[in-house]
Design a protein. Structure first.
Length: 148
């Protein structure tokens, strides 16, 4: 695990994620902003056991003013760690392009997920295969900017 330049965020231990997170942050959000052509953001969240801020890179889509992220974990049978942490502590920090702001995370209901899922698959086609690969219902999370 590595820390960001301020030392306050532990970056994902996954090599390509860590490299992209560093590029994204160090460029001020002007580089490293896509994954396989899909837009991505930096998600900073608190570890549920340590309280330490952690960072990962995730593909996103928009729903009005909100951002949507998918806890796909490549179709694995368990949830990604970042998702488990969001369920414990929904207050997060985002970098979307050049903008940084606080947000609140909320897992979508099955009805809301059904409404947005087709557009998420348009944004990143592999999501469809990931859902078929696992019996786990892949959560979709809404990130809403905290005003003020």
């Amino acid at each position: 695990m590595t820390q960001d330049s301020t030392g306050d965020v532990v970056i994902s231990p996954t090599g390509w994620v860590a490299e992209q997170a560093r590029t994204y942050e160090e460029s001020g959000g002007t580089e490293g902003t896509t994954i396989q052509g899909a837009p991505c953001l930096l998600l900073d969240y608190r570890g549920r056991r340590t309280g330490q801020w952690r960072r990962t890179v995730l593909i996103y889509d928009r729903d009005g003013d909100d951002y949507l992220i998918v806890a796909s974990y490549g179709g694995a049978d368990q949830h990604p760690q970042w998702y488990l942490n969001l369920r414990s502590e929904p207050e997060v920090r985002l970098r979307v392009g050049t903008e940084r702001f606080a947000a609140r995370a909320e897992t979508l209901s099955p009805q809301e997920k059904a409404r947005v899922w087709p557009h998420l698959v348009e944004t990143f086609a592999p999501y469809e295969g990931y859902q078929k690969k696992t019996e786990r219902d892949i959560p979709v999370v809404r990130l809403s900017r905290i005003q003020g």
